[in-house]
Design a protein around this ligand. Structure first.
Ligand code: ADP
Length: 350
């Protein structure tokens, strides 16, 4: 039995929108699980059902051996951190942190100790007397985290908590959240549409599309072996290159391009995918790229162009590339870096 189990969860809103469709998932104690997918895929709805903020249309959620479908949110022992912080503007930081504990009827001494411990953990002691309006976005986010931590919950739920922060601060707070989660070992579920956030935070990811989990796995499993075309396209920046073609007798053929790969089933509507960093400049390579645009990012360069069949391709190389616009270069991909999909059902073939 896992610590948090979602069994065939469905959510249909009163207007008929099916936001989550028979979804099942097991989360282990202490695990950091990330729900990732594009806007509108149903990830917040799933999170809000765990929190008890949305009714569950069908299925069962079990936490620590107990079914929680009908348990009031305040009794679930779950703490949620939101994007908009949800702090009380008229209360100072101390009172914001103490609020939940006071409501539970804890003594002044107990509350004081807990608030001070959390303030120390998060290094927010110096602004305990300030109101949220007198704090920066990053500091407010830390107080919101503190309010969740002080309750000592069984589960932390994060609903896109970093999306109001600027890029640099996002990176910093992301590392803080990861460190805190590790040290506290609290089971956590984090919702984001940002695949970099998902890859860096999650022990495992659930990649969601249209109310369905398309793949569950560690970040590297999902990156290296995407099970569907959607996952292949969604995870990775710049995204995977794709070429449409046919597979016959262990050969993928697209116009003038032909590549071999073992153990491939014949398929009249197949897609070959490979990642920009898996393309190699190689005089004998089968892809002839006409270079159109070069983006020099410092640590690496991205080279965009079209191949002999007019497919758009992107190649990533280290450092400051010597390749120039309008150059024609031959590229190859090692056979173990090929991803094949069936274009009719989008399922992985190899
Ligand atoms: P995400 O968090 O992945 O952006 P949501 O879970 O918020 O997605 O929404 C999933 C789907 O459910 C979307 O199509 C959204 O428009 C719809 N939806 C969300 N909340 C409601 C609601 N209260 N009533 C009707 N439809 C909703």
């Amino acid at each position: 039995m896992s610590f948090l189990e979602l069994k065939n969860i469905t959510k249909i809103y009163p207007n008929g929108t099916k936001a989550v469709n028979e979804t099942s998932l097991n989360i282990e104690h202490g695990e950091f699980m990330v729900f990732v997918g594009p806007s509108g895929c149903g990830k917040s709805t799933l999170l809000r059902m765990i929190a008890g903020l949305e009714d569950i249309t069908g299925g069962e959620i079990d936490l620590d051996g107990k079914t929680i479908n009908k348990i009031d949110p305040s009794e679930r022992d779950i703490a949620m951190v939101f994007q908009n912080y949800a702090l009380y503007p008229h209360m100072n930081v101390y009172k914001n942190l103490a609020y939940g504990l006071k409501n539970k009827g804890e003594s002044k001494e107990e509350i004081n100790k807990k608030v001070n411990d959390v303030a120390e953990l998060l290094e927010i002691h110096e602004y305990l007397q300030r109101k949220p309006g007198q704090l920066s976005g990053g500091q407010r986010q830390r107080v919101a985290m503190g309010r969740a931590i002080v309750r000592n919950p069984k589960v932390f739920l994060f609903d896109e908590p970093l999306s109001n922060l600027d890029a640099q601060l996002r990176g910093q707070v992301r590392i803080e959240i990861k460190k805190l989660q590790r040290s506290m070992n609290v089971t956590s579920v984090f919702v984001t549409h940002d695949q970099v956030e998902a890859m860096t935070l999650g022990d495992r990811l659930a990649v969601i599309n249209n109310g369905i989990i398309e793949q569950i796995g560690t970040p590297i499993e999902v990156y290296e072996t995407p099970k569907t075309l959607f996952v292949a396209e969604f995870i990775g920046t710049p995204k995977m290159n794709f070429i449409n073609g046919k597979i016959k007798n262990q050969k993928f053929v697209a116009g003038k391009t032909e590549v071999s790969s073992n153990n491939l089933p014949d398929n009249d509507e197949a897609i070959l995918g490979f990642r920009p960093e898996d393309l190699i400049v190689d005089n004998n390579g089968k892809f002839l790229l006409n270079v159109e645009i070069i983006e020099k990012l410092g640590a690496d360069s991205l080279i965009y162009g079209t191949d002999q069949n007019q497919n758009l391709l992107c190649l990533r190389v280290n450092g400051n590339t010597k390749i120039n616009v309008n150059e024609k270069i031959n590229l190859s991909v090692s056979e173990d870096k090929y991803h094949f999909f069936d274009a009719t059902n989008n399922i992985r073939l190899n």
